[in-house]
Ligand binder design. Sequence first.
Ligand code: PFF
Length: 453
Amino acid sequence: MSNTIKRGGFSSSFGVLAATLGSAVGLGNIWKFPYLTGANGGAGFLLIYLLATLVIGLPVMIAEITMGRTAKANPITALQKLSPKKSLPWWLVGVAGMVAAFLILSFYSEVVAWVFAYVVKAIGGSILSSDRHVTESAFSTLISDPVQSLLWQWGVLAFIGGILLMGVTKGIEGITKKLMPVLFLLLMLLCAVSLSLDKAADGLAFLFRPDFSKISAGVILTAMGLAFFKLSLGMGTMMTYGSYFRDDQNIPATTLRVMLADLFVSMLAGIAIFPAVFTFGFEPAAGPALVFITIPAVFSQIPGGQLLMIAFFVLASVAATGAMLSLMEVPVVILHERLGMSRPKATLVTIATLMVLGSSCALTNSTLASFKLFGMNMFDLFDFASSNVLLPLGGILLAVFVGWVWGKDKFQQALSNQGALRNHVTVSAVFFLLRYVSPLLILAVMLKGLGLF
Ligand code: PFF
């Protein structure tokens, strides 16, 4: 059925890079990376995360994009098309990806809601204070108010839905292309300010001088989960974006650039936040609240701080928007191409589902505070189940698919743009990692991290 549907696509090479980067860079860099690094001991965690990104993230990303571009279809159809033996249900990986997308969107949209709310709070000026009690209570007042939490989340969902209704090329490409450069500039400015603070050196030491005593199997799993989450891997997002790639795009080169730029943004976020944490006596392990309580305190110390703070939360909103667009694209394109819904209808169904499912995360700190499954509230459970279980599992299956089912010849053909690129060595190295290293490594980290062996 999918063959009859005309697909959109990215029109220029820069558009491809900007949109892919727009998916990777998001609250993962600005919110998740700093708080996980802070909660897991700093530099040691950072080092493992870097290793996971290089050894696992990079090859899996190349695999996903290549599969998507070759099949030119949504993840479910792509796996069906590329699978030589139709009897094996590889397409289930695409279904699992869609489940992961809904779980991630449920809590992600709530964090985006906090960011949007903070733009308004920053304009109002009420959160600008160096007293940690003031910034902490401003954040907890927001998240413990069920009406505010829910309305902001629904507002965010409606906003993103509106952009998606504009269509693939104009919507995603147009918006990310304009906003990405602004994001880099604003973040650099923040770093400069933070590095001039009194205890900047302590913050940098925390971020860059490893202390391995805090590393456990669980911490390693979290670092690997972050690597998947950061690069939007293991759930078909990059496969979907790959399906919009141009045939002459150099996939390994594009992927490497996206990975490096993404790491760069995370490092900038870390450098902007940790010097401030140490200077103002915040707790590095403050958890998801870290960015929201630290940033206002920093800005309260600088002339013109209010304007910079508005800029920071606008920047976070920009980053979050690109990432959310790509997350929503997975269910939307599956509903569109598999169930024959029009794109507008598929978008509306996705938004409506998220308004219901996501509200369990929006209400986690208020109405549903005592509701737990597996000892976790819904926000933590959705985060854990996606980053630490579904994404790595998707990663294993995709690596096995390319390494053992699709095979080297077809992979080589696709990655070299049918022989136009001379990248034999790169392709062989990536294929080796996918066939032997990534699946075993991910499996070992998962089993150990989940306490299964
Ligand atoms: N990579 C995004 C971030 O770091 O904020 C989050 C994300 C987007 C995860 C898309 C997964 C995904 F498919």
